[in-house]
Design a protein around this ligand. Structure first.
Ligand code: NCD
Ligand code: ZN
Length: 350
């Protein structure tokens, strides 16, 4: 019988976009209600490329939190071909920077400053391997000759396999995986390789992009894949494998930026993130495995303590609003105007 109440160790979100300024203030509470910590993506405009910028951004996040919140942002640096090798030692020495993020130039929102040629950042990656600083990978090729649905698989073959061979001790996280190929690669690798999985890639397949018409709010990078891949992700997330952990990739965009001739990639899921994961785990009768995926495997990989607080979900439907405020405009969240099966009844510690 399905449980109707779920109490777990307070989880963390290992891949999150919080934006900055007014947008940051609009969204951060949703995450702070559900998670004790989050790995915060550095793809601002301009990107966060230095430890000093990351420390400033962290202070702005802390200043935007609800007064009593104890949420901790874990900062990352954006890897560019100009990053000095010394920045890696500075990051390692800082108490607040936990990883460096690799974006292939042009792969997704605000990725223009990303890497064009991996060999140009080998010296930085070599320093990361030495300092045991994790490299977080947006794992897609941007070659226009490659079909968009094959971008992740081809990245694994062309770039990830050679990278693993060249830097075998490098700690790396393949972010927001979307394919069976990524599941196979990561589960076959040693413990210094891991992957995050989003709630939307567990719940939706690519049919959600064209459900009675084109659905720009379901467009994200990497793009949703066919059902066989979704099933492989759900299997990987729910089988207790320590390589896999929670990372929402919640990526808010104002409505106008999505409902347009050339819309931005990104789904907003922070408003119901944990609830969505509970729905996914429930689908395969594995709610008992949610805690390890959401609250244990991530801190263990990042060598951080597991959280001490608890959160409680109850199996009670609630209706997602049609939109949330976002930086003077609005954002259409995942499941807008429809119901979510689980409710958060005891949020993360305040
Ligand atoms: C992200 C964003 O909007 O910043 N978009 C997305 O579709 N996931 C960037 C990213 O993580 O690719
Ligand atoms: Zn992301």
């Amino acid at each position: 019988m399905t449980p109707t109440r779920l109490e777990i160790t307070c989880p963390d979100d290992w891949h999150l976009h919080l934006r900055d300024g007014d947008a940051l203030a609009s969204v951060v509470a949703h995450t702070a209600q559900r998670f004790a910590r989050a790995i915060v993506m550095p793809n601002l405009k301009p990107p966060v490329t230095t430890v000093a910028q990351a420390e400033d951004y962290r202070r702005r996040i802390l200043a935007s939190l609800p007064a009593a919140s104890r949420f901790q942002p874990l900062m990352t640096l954006y890897l560019t071909e100009n990053m000095p090798v010394e920045e890696v030692a500075r990051a390692k020495a800082s108490d607040n920077v936990f990883a460096v993020k690799y974006y292939p130039a042009g792969a997704t929102t605000n990725s223009a400053s990303g890497v064009r040629e991996l060999s140009r950042v080998y010296r930085v990656i070599e320093a990361m391997e030495r300092h045991e600083l994790p490299l977080l990978l947006h794992g897609e090729v941007t070659d226009p000759d490659i079909d968009i649905f094959d971008r992740e698989r081809v990245f694994i073959e062309r770039h990830l396999m050679p990278l693993r061979e060249r830097f075998p001790a490098l700690r790396m996280v393949l972010e927001h995986i979307t394919t069976r190929d990524a599941v196979d690669f990561v589960s076959g690798a040693p413990a210094n390789v891991a992957a995050t999985i989003t709630a939307h890639h567990l719940l939706l397949n690519r049919n959600a992009l064209f459900d009675g018409g084109i659905r720009p709010h379901n467009y994200c990078a990497p793009i949703l894949k066919r059902e066989t891949h979704r099933a492989a992700l759900l299997q990987a997330a729910t089988r207790g494998d320590t390589h896999f952990f929670l990372g929402t990739d919640s990526a808010p965009h104002v409505r106008e930026a999505k409902e347009t001739a050339c819309g931005c990639a990104g789904l907003y899921t922070a408003h119901a993130a944990l609830e969505f994961y509970a729905e996914a785990f429930e689908q395969v009768g594995r709610l008992d495995r949610l805690e390890a995926f959401a609250s244990f495997h991530g801190p263990d990989f990042y060598r951080l303590p597991r959280n001490e607080g608890r959160v409680v979900l109850e199996r009670a439907h609630w209706l997602v609003p049609d939109e949330y405020p976002l930086a003077g405009s609005t954002c259409k969240p995942m499941r807008a105007g429809e119901s979510v099966a689980w409710s958060l009844v005891q949020p993360a510690a305040y």
